[in-house]
Design a protein around this ligand. Structure first.
Ligand code: SF4
Length: 56
């Protein structure tokens, strides 16, 4: 699956990178990025601000 992060909605909590580190990382600016395709459903469902979208 391919994911993307709504940077305006991301608060940089780091949860997505902890749950699915093969898909998400925190950039130098403190905002998350979906840097790779893969399984990121747990992160998407757990994001406190709903910033993670699918197929974008
Ligand atoms: S879980 Fe959501 S709010 Fe937290 S860093 Fe990831 S995208 Fe941003």
């Amino acid at each position: 699956m391919k994911y993307c992060v709504d940077e305006a909605a991301c608060i940089g909590c780091g949860l997505c990178a902890e749950l699915n580190p093969e898909v998400f990382k925190i950039k130098d600016d403190g905002i998350a990025e979906a840097y790779s395709e893969g399984e990121g459903e747990e992160a998407k469902d757990s994001c406190p601000t709903g910033a993670i979208k699918e197929d974008c």
